[in-house]
Design a protein around this ligand. Sequence first.
Ligand code: ZN
Length: 113
Amino acid sequence: MSTLPPCPKCNSEYTYEDGTMLICPECAHEWSAIAAEAAPEGDKVIKDSVGNVLQDGDTITVIKDLKIKGSSLVVKVGTKVKNIRLVDGDHDIDCKIDGIGAMKLKSEFVKKV
Ligand SMILES: [Zn+2]
């Protein structure tokens, strides 16, 4: 039994390998075996300051005072933040904090509750 994936174009099961390429003998479609095995999107794991895996909807607390750029507001250590949303980027948590509003935090400065 072949473990190769079927042709993405015509679904033929008779695909074969040629180096790093996969080839379909029925429609002559060629594609990269490496790309076909790439990890699915959303595989990135974001962890808090102590290594807990964070997920959308989690509640976290802030582990150090965080100054908000361009304002005099400070998110105090211990501030509880509900219903976080994970995003890509340097600041990987999107959230809304009572009394402050929508802002972004870094996962290294929070701890899952
Ligand atoms: Zn094909």
